[in-house]
Unconditional design. Sequence first.
Length: 286
Amino acid sequence: MRKVDRAFYWMAIPAAVIFAVFLYLPFLQGVAYSFTNSQGYGRFSWIGLKNYAAIFRDGRVGHAYLFTLMISILITVLTNFLALFLSVVLNGRIAFKKGFRAIYFIPYTLSVLVIGYVFKYIFMTPLPKLGRALHIGWLSQSLLTSEHYAWVPIVFLAVWQGVAYSTLIYLAGLQTIDPQVYEAASIDGANAWQCFWKITFPLVGPFFTINLVLTLKNAFNTFDQVVALTGGGPDSKTETVTYLIYKGGLTGGEYAYQTADAVLFFIVLAVIAFIQLRISRRGEKI
């Protein structure tokens, strides 16, 4: 057997212990609480699978899952489409290239809550005035108070801030493509779209997979945008799963019930991530 230097164990074991103490043990403790009627303090008793059974009968939880799924798909598609487009543009021969890259990355460095309150003012005051001036009915009132359009500001803010990081990843992928490939394609008469579809997109496939997983994961965990913009309203129409877990578990006296919801949500995310990775890797091999 190959001898391994003990220094590797001295570096790896402390990290594993820290992960176990601050991540895995609290997770297992949360799973245990999901089988109780605990309110987060005081005495509690074991109630088995009653919390999980109640979740499947709770219409509010069902709506939160459907709403989270809807905005997650929208955020993932829009973020990756815009990020890929911007990365191709910023990777081209344009003036002030590095300056544009810095400008597009600024939103990612800002706090979601802080910038969320700025956007809340924009959607509450200037936009309705503009809508009334242009006689646009659906824009004449604040989108944040509309049961049909309150999701739009949430998706807009998430995409506006998420595009920056995704663009950075795509730019890193574009840097790995040899320029001679494009030169050979241009000699063969390929146009810009053919170069993108036949060369660029397949070669950045691994980076596309990474962005899909990260973007979808972040979209499913949409929380700060809801807190800053709508607070789950109007009439609980914009409650995401994470916001519902926070609101019901920490401020609504449903600690064990929402802990069970969190465990279920973890399983859903794990299954989606597994399926997504399998499909993406199969596409890369093709």
